[in-house]
Design a protein around this ligand. Structure first.
Ligand code: KG4
Ligand code: ZN
Length: 350
C-alpha cells in the first residue's frame, strides 16, 4: 500500500478484558492525532470469578465492538466510508478474544474494500505515550509492564525493538494481581493493592527484591509472591493496618526492582530517555520513584495518559498509523487472517 497523507485509521483492541475502538488520523510525517476513542471494560463481569474468564471475554467483545465503533465514528463526525485502514490487535492475548476483533476488522475492511492491519498489542502499549501531550522522541529505553509482560527494551524507531531483559517467571502486573489475591483483595489486584498500601508502612515487612543484583536486566517475581503468601498467612484476619503495611511493602519491592533495572538499562545503553508503558505504568509509587531517580540523572521520562495505560483501542490505531507512516507495506487486502496468542515483540519489523 502506498503511504498517503492523513489516513484515517480505525483501531480495534480485544486481546483480553477490555474492548477498545478508536479513530486516529495520520498527519503527514508528524505524530498522528487521536480523533475519538471508546472503551468497555469487562472488569465488573470478571470480578465475580476473581480473574478473566476467556470464554466470557470473547462473548462480551462480540456484543461491544460494533456499538463502540459506531460511537467512535459519531464522536469523530466521520462516516464509516471515510475510514482508510482498519487495524486490530493480532496478538498476543487470549485466542478467542483476539479472533473477535480480527474477525470484525476484516469484515469491515472487506465491506469497505479497505486494507486491514494486524497490530502487536505490546507495540500498541510501547507507542501509547505518543498519544500524550508530551510525546517522546526515538531512541529510548522502554519499560513495558503489563499483566502478562515485563520487559526492558531499546527502541530505535517503529518496528526497531531490541529486548534488553525480561521476566523469567511472573510479570510485574501478575505479581501485583497474585499478591492482591493472596491478601483477599479483588481483581484487578494492582490498583486494589496500591490503594490499600497508601496508608501502610512500606518498610514494615522485609520482602525479597529478586534478581536486583543479578548484573543483567532480567526480572523474577515468583519468589516475592511466595514471601507475600507466607506473610499473609501469618497475618490471617489480623489488623487492617498490618494488611496495609504488607500491601505497601509488596508494592515497594516490585517498584524498587523496576526502577533499579530501568536505571541499569539507561546506563547500559547510554540513552537519556525512558518510556513507561502497560497497565502497571499507572502505579503512583512507580511514577514517583522513577521520576525522582531520572530527574537526578537528567533523564526524561514519558508515560501514556493515565487512562491510556491499560488496554485501549487508541494505542492500536496509533501503532497502525505510525507503522503506515514508517512505510509498512503489507496491509492485508485478501482478508484472510489469523491471530497470534503468543508473539514475541522483537519478531516484528516494519
Ligand atoms: O496493560 P494491561 O491493561 O493489560 C495487559 O496487557 O496485561 O495491564 C493490566 C495490569 C494488571 O496486572 C493490573 O493489576 C495492573 O496492570 N495495574 C496496576 C495498576 N493499574 C493496573 N498495577 C499497579 N498499580 C496500578 N495502579
Ligand atoms: Zn495490555
Amino acid at each position: 500500500m502506498e503511504v498517503q497523507k492523513n489516513l484515517l485509521v480505525l483501531g480495534i483492541e480485544s486481546s483480553c478484558d477490555e474492548t477498545g475502538v478508536a479513530l486516529v488520523q495520520s498527519q503527514g510525517s508528524g505524530v498522528p492525532a487521536l480523533l475519538a476513542h471508546a472503551l468497555h471494560s469487562q472488569i465488573e463481569m470478571h470480578q465475580a470469578y476473581g480473574g478473566v474468564v476467556p470464554e466470557l471475554a470473547s462473548r462480551d467483545h462480540i456484543r461491544r465492538v460494533l456499538p463502540l465503533a459506531t460511537q467512535v465514528l459519531h464522536d469523530a463526525g466521520e462516516p464509516l466510508a471515510a475510514v482508510d485502514v482498519v487495524a486490530y490487535t493480532r496478538g498476543p492475548g487470549l485466542a478467542g478474544a483476539l479472533l473477535v476483533g480480527a474477525g470484525v476488522a476484516c469484515a469491515l475492511g472487506a465491506a469497505l474494500g479497505k486494507p486491514v492491519l494486524g497490530v502487536h498489542h505490546l507495540e500498541g502499549h510501547l507507542l501509547s505515550p505518543f498519544l500524550s501531550a508530551d510525546p517522546p522522541e526515538f531512541p529510548f529505553v522502554a519499560l513495558l509492564v503489563s499483566g502478562g509482560h515485563t520487559q526492558l527494551m531499546r527502541v530505535d524507531g517503529v518496528g526497531r525493538y531490541e529486548i534488553l531483559g525480561e521476566t523469567i517467571d511472573d510479570a510485574a502486573g501478575e505479581a501485583f494481581d497474585k499478591s492482591a489475591k493472596l491478601m483477599g483483595l479483588g481483581y484487578p489486584g494492582g490498583p486494589a493493592l496500591s490503594r490499600l498500601g497508601e496508608h501502610g508502612d512500606a518498610t514494615a515487612f522485609k520482602l525479597p527484591r529478586p534478581l536486583l543484583h543479578s548484573g543483567d536486566l532480567d526480572f523474577s517475581f515468583a519468589g516475592l509472591k511466595t514471601a507475600v503468601l507466607t506473610q499473609a498467612k501469618k497475618l490471617g484476619d489480623g489488623l487492617e493496618q498490618h494488611k496495609a503495611d504488607l500491601a505497601a511493602s509488596t508494592e515497594a519491592a516490585i517498584v524498587e526492582v523496576l526502577v533499579k533495572k530501568t536505571l541499569a538499562a539507561l546506563l547500559q545503553t547510554g540513552l537519556r530517555r525512558v518510556v513507561v508503558a502497560g497497565g502497571v505504568g499507572a502505579n503512583r509509587r512507580l511514577r514517583a520513584q522513577l521520576n525522582a531517580a531520572c530527574a537526578q540523572r537528567q533523564v526524561r521520562v514519558h508515560y501514556p495518559e493515565l487512562h491510556l495505560c491499560t488496554d485501549n483501542g487508541a494505542m492500536i490505531a496509533m501503532a497502525a498509523a505510525m507503522r503506515l507512516q514508517a512505510g509498512q507495506q503489507q496491509a492485508n487486502t485478501d482478508y484472510a487472517f489469523d491471530v497470534k496468542p503468543r508473539w514475541p515483540l522483537d519478531a516484528i519489523t516494519v
